[in-house]
Structures are given as C-alpha cells and as structure tokens.
Design a protein around this ligand. Sequence first.
Ligand SMILES: NC(=O)c1ccc[n+]([C@@H]2O[C@H](COP(=O)([O-])OP(=O)(O)OC[C@H]3O[C@@H](n4cnc5c(N)ncnc54)[C@H](O)[C@@H]3O)[C@@H](O)[C@H]2O)c1
Ligand SMILES: O=P(O)(O)OC[C@@H](O)[C@@H](O)[C@H](O)[C@H](O)CO
Length: 387
Amino acid sequence: MLAVHFGAGNIGRGFIGALLYQSSFHTLFVDVNGKVIDEINRKQKYDVVLADEKKEVLTVRNISGINSMIDSEKVVQAIVNADLITTAVGPNVLELISELVARGLQERLHKNPKPINVIACENMVGGSDILKEHVYKHIAEKDHGELNSLVGFPNAAVDRIVPNQMNHDRLEVLVEPYFEWVVEKTAFKGKIPEITGITYVDDLKPYIERKLFTVNTGHAVPAYIGHLMGYHTIYEAMQDRSVLEILEGALGESGEAIIQTYGFNRAVHQEYVSKIINRFKNPHISDDVARVSRGPIRKLGPNDRLIQPAKMYWEITGKSPIMLAKVIAAALMYSHEMDREAVELQQLIEKQGYRHALERISGLKSDHALVPIIMKEMENINAYTRG
Ligand SMILES: NC(=O)c1ccc[n+]([C@@H]2O[C@H](COP(=O)([O-])OP(=O)(O)OC[C@H]3O[C@@H](n4cnc5c(N)ncnc54)[C@H](O)[C@@H]3O)[C@@H](O)[C@H]2O)c1
Ligand SMILES: O=P(O)(O)OC[C@@H](O)[C@@H](O)[C@H](O)[C@H](O)CO
C-alpha cells in the first residue's frame, strides 16, 4: 500500500507518517524542504519519541521522499500509483499544492482509474473540501464527473501536539503521547483504508469544531496572552494563574457553545477540557509560544478558533464572551518579526486602527455586537503586559 503524504513536517512525520507505518503503508513524503527529503531518502527511517517519563521510541520505516520543487513529475507518477493521499502542510498551503495534486489525479484517470481518497489533515473546518475546490480549478471540466466518481475528499480532524523540533537528528520527532484522528466516513470512494488509530464518523462537523474550538482555542490562550506577558513557551505561560483563569473562562464559553450546538454531554466535555489543560502543562514538551501563535490573521478568521466560538456563544446564550474577547484582543496585538502574518497584521493595524483591522480580518460587520466587546477588552488587555 502506497500513501503519498504532502508535508514532512512536525505532524506529517510525528503523527500521520507514524500511523501509516503502523498500518503497513509505504509513505512517500512530498515536501519543498530539500534537506528533509534528502535525509528521508538517505536514512529511510526516523524515530518518533513520546514526550513522557518513559520516552518510548517508535522507529518509522518504509519511507521515501520527493522534493516537489525539483521532481514534480515523480509526484505525478506517485499519485497515479497511490492507494491514499494525505496532507499536513498548513491551511494556506493547500492552494499551493493543488495544481500538482490535480496533475497527478488527472493522469491517474487515464492510467489507473481506480478509486482513491485525499485527506487533508490540517487545523481547519472542511480542509479536504477546500483542497478539492482548489484541485478542481486545475482539472479540465470534461473530467469533473469521472474525477468526482473516483476521488473522495474526506474531511478530518487531527489532534496531537508536536512542537518545533530541536534534535540533533533532523528527522527525529518528539510528540505528546496523546493523539486523535477522526475522519468523515461518508465521503470515501472505494474501500475505506484500514489505518490504526483513525476513528471513522458519519458527520465530522461536531468533532472538528469540538477539537478546533477546545484544543486550539485553548492553546491560543497561553500563546497570545502568554506572549503579551513575556513568556516564551506554553509550559511557562501555563504556570501563571492569570493565564489559567482566562484559559478556563475561554473554554467555558466555547464549551457552552459546543455543548448547546451539538449536544455533547456536559460532564464528558468537562473531562475533555481538563485533559487538554493537562496536555498544555506537559513538562516533557517545550512548545514555543511563537509556534502556537503563528498565523494570527488565519486564527482571527471568521471560521477559526477565536471568532467562531465567540459568535456561537453570543448567538446561543445572548451573553458577552468576555474571556474569548480578551484572547482575540491579545491576538490582534500579536507582533513577531519572523511571522509573515503577524507583520501584515500590525501593518494593517498601523494604517487602519484596531477596529477596522478586526472587522476586515474577522468578517464581523461594524454593527456586530462582538466588535465593541472586543474593543473594550483591547483597553483592558494592557493590564496583562508585564514590566
Ligand atoms: N504540530 C502540531 O501540533 C499540529 C497538530 C495538529 C494539526 N496540525 C496541523 O498540521 C499542519 C502542519 O503543521 P505542522 O506543525 O506539521 O507544520 P510544519 O511547518 O512542521 O510542517 C509543514 C510542512 O509542509 C511543508 N510544505 C510547505 N509548503 C509545501 C508545499 N508547497 N509542498 C509540500 N510541502 C510543503 C513544509 O516544508 C513543512 O515540512 C497544519 O495545518 C497544522 O495546523 C499541527
Ligand atoms: O497548527 P496551528 O497553527 O493551527 O495551531 C497551533 C497549535 O494550536 C496546534 O498546532 C496544536 O498543537 C495542535 O492542533 C494540537 O492538536
């Protein structure tokens, strides 16, 4: 069984690659990072180390790599012969890989017209649907019908904290022991692959929103509030009582929205939240605040982890999501010279001010009730700045 996986980064190697190996796939990593690809081809294996007291190691084998910057034709041929395609490249990169995926799928229609599935493993709602839209823009219209009958794009939710790596070995990955990979069953074409660790569900929406609006909404708190307070790692920020208070408050608000929208059991949800808070406190992981804060424009987008649960909470309860508003305010203030979106965000704020920048990025109309609530927290948030 051959899996073509786009993105040999943290989650690609530390999560998807590991489960594919355990499920007897050969994983062909496609990446633009030539050094990582060369190393994959040289060593043909890498270690995944679990971040706990025992530091258990899984050696992932049966791998190879292609640098798509120089060998795109090889990627096309790999897609022709693949049994599964997965991605973990980042939401904004899906559009960039879509042309190559389309070339491969189009060639496959002629040479190997068998069903195949493409699973985008990104932190976003409807990631595979969005990749599908981009892919179809590059496919001749006459082939849309056939492609649609042979190629499935099941949406997925992936959860495992994989920090930026600081290992001597370029391929080794330190990951938290916990993981969850939930995939939409109904969208598959052909046989559903047997992959260790995947939970197949009929309707993914409750699961992806629960994950994004709990794990990632929560993670944004020690990231953005922590950055404001001068902390460099999530672990450091999690030791601060005021960070914890905002975290618990924000997850109380997003939790209420999720429970009331999807009917999750309140006690079970509270256990889910407690487990997540403990995951953020894992002393065996050093996760940069800058990694978790990356891409603030994406994270302040209309359907992402901050604005969407705040809107849902407001609409469902009629109450102000004060704690989420604090995190949104801190995200708006996020500046980091190495983060392209943070630079763009601060330039926009300098030109148009916080209120207009917020409206533009979040899609909130100027008369939306959340706008003044967030603006008020912009004033309060300075209290969290240290020193
Ligand atoms: N790290 C985590 O804890 C975690 C957990 C769950 C989900 N995710 C999601 O997984 C995705 C990847 O995150 P990550 O942390 O692994 O990031 P990462 O930066 O470590 O990995 C991304 C990889 O994609 C590669 N890439 C970039 N452009 C490419 C292109 N055009 N073609 C092929 N490869 C390309 C990069 O070189 C890099 O190796 C994101 O959507 C993220 O939200 C991450
Ligand atoms: O990957 P992002 O940028 O969407 O979000 C940063 C982190 O919150 C994220 O990578 C988490 O570590 C991950 O989603 C845990 O499953």
